[in-house]
Write a protein that binds this ligand. Sequence first.
Ligand code: FAD
Length: 455
Amino acid sequence: APPPSSVIVVGAGLSGIAAAKTLHDAGIKDIVILEATPKIGGRLSKVAFAGKTMEVGACWYFGGGPQHNPLVDIANSLKLNTYPTNFGNLSSNTYKQQGGLYPKAEVDAALGAGAARAQFCTNLSTTLNSNPRSDQDVSVMGAYLLYKQVPATPLEMVVDYFNNDYIDAQAPQLTSVKHKYPRHELVDHGVNFNYVKDPRGFESMAYHIADQFLKKGDPRLKLNKVVREISYSKKGVTVKTEDGSVFEAKFAILSASLGVLQSNLISFKPEFPMWKRVAISDFSMATYTKIFIKFPHKFWPTGPGTEVFFYAHQHHGYYPIWKHLENEYPGSNILFVTVTGDESIRIEKQSDEATKAEAMEVLKKMFGNNIPNPDAILVPRWWTNRFFKGSYVNWPPRYSHEQFQHLQAPVGPVYFTGEHTSEKYMGFATGAYFSGIESANDVIKCLNRKICRAH
Ligand SMILES: Cc1cc2nc3c(=O)[nH]c(=O)nc-3n(C[C@H](O)[C@H](O)[C@H](O)COP(=O)(O)OP(=O)(O)OC[C@H]3O[C@@H](n4cnc5c(N)ncnc54)[C@H](O)[C@@H]3O)c2cc1C
């Protein structure tokens, strides 16, 4: 076995890389980063499709808000190519289940009602959060019941999907009003949706951070190392990987997703205490899927105010939100549709051919029967992938702040990081980035000053 190091970082996504750089910058250079896949970046992940670069994981970072977003700086220093997504013209772009556009005034009214419901949720959250000793919470759907306005028509439901599922990746029944309203990422970092359209991909942000402390071929970064067992005691950690390698260190920082922690990929010896296991199993890993479809030619409207369009269906979340990529990749003839939650899981389980047939049926309703067959389809499977088991977390109703602290808290020398440990920016790349720095700082304090975070 290699000589023991100070810290083993499990996972080289944005949080793991940010944690490792923070340790390195603080003088803790004897670190090892174990990453299961052949690349860094994790859920920042690009795939070559139809000659272009598609972001199958995160595609937007946010700007224009009152608080500084460090990812904007990284993007600027990389001169990352982006295009702002415009969601502003939806009242002219919303299609009925059987085809045809809704009248603009009708969609405007539904959008207005949706905004009023969102405001009610924000106000309710402020009230619920104002008493720090109370854990009272309600789902977003529960808030609608309180408000006596539950979205029921296909139009109301697709607007509601846009306001909730499109962010939370789960239905309003499964989302906490107290912890998911207001939308801190958008309130703090802004509502400029910068869509990454760069051949280097969103993942180049992770590579950029890595380049600042890892030399080319640096032996401290070990790719294709699937961690399967972590034994821990007061003395430190022993980490075993699938290929039989063994690594030892004083601390581990574990950045694998909540979905991975909920699975049996990694076994912990001894088993985590009950407070930790309950905190992990009670939180929600949600799934968000962008399905990319390439056509021989365009049959959808292009030009200003057309890029995002809604399909309203009686089944909540059925192929609801579409976007063309003509602004990002002119002449590419690519559309993508976003599905989430149970629909994502249903679609992951079926063949790509079946998904293509469903998507084509929806497109024919919107654009008529004379549209061409697709040349190719790309259906990411985040929920099936054993290194992710979903896309990002969603805060379930009535999961308390105290339980969340249990989710974040270390168990002995095993520390936790990743988007699922960011109370404010969970689900977002910023959450991963900030959490990586914070958990590394916790370990640094414990190593250097013996001030150790404990449950
Ligand atoms: C489809 C999708 C769309 C998204 N859209 C956006 C968006 O537009 N904007 C935004 O800000 N955020 C978005 N996000 C969220 C964002 O991508 C994540 O919050 C962030 O990338 C998570 O980083 P992380 O470091 O916490 O986890 P990860 O990126 O998952 O990093 C963890 C790493 O651990 C590795 N690993 C797992 N198990 C093991 C093991 N046993 N041994 C070794 N290594 C292991 C994984 O391979 C991975 O590289 C999206 C995510 C998805 C999936």
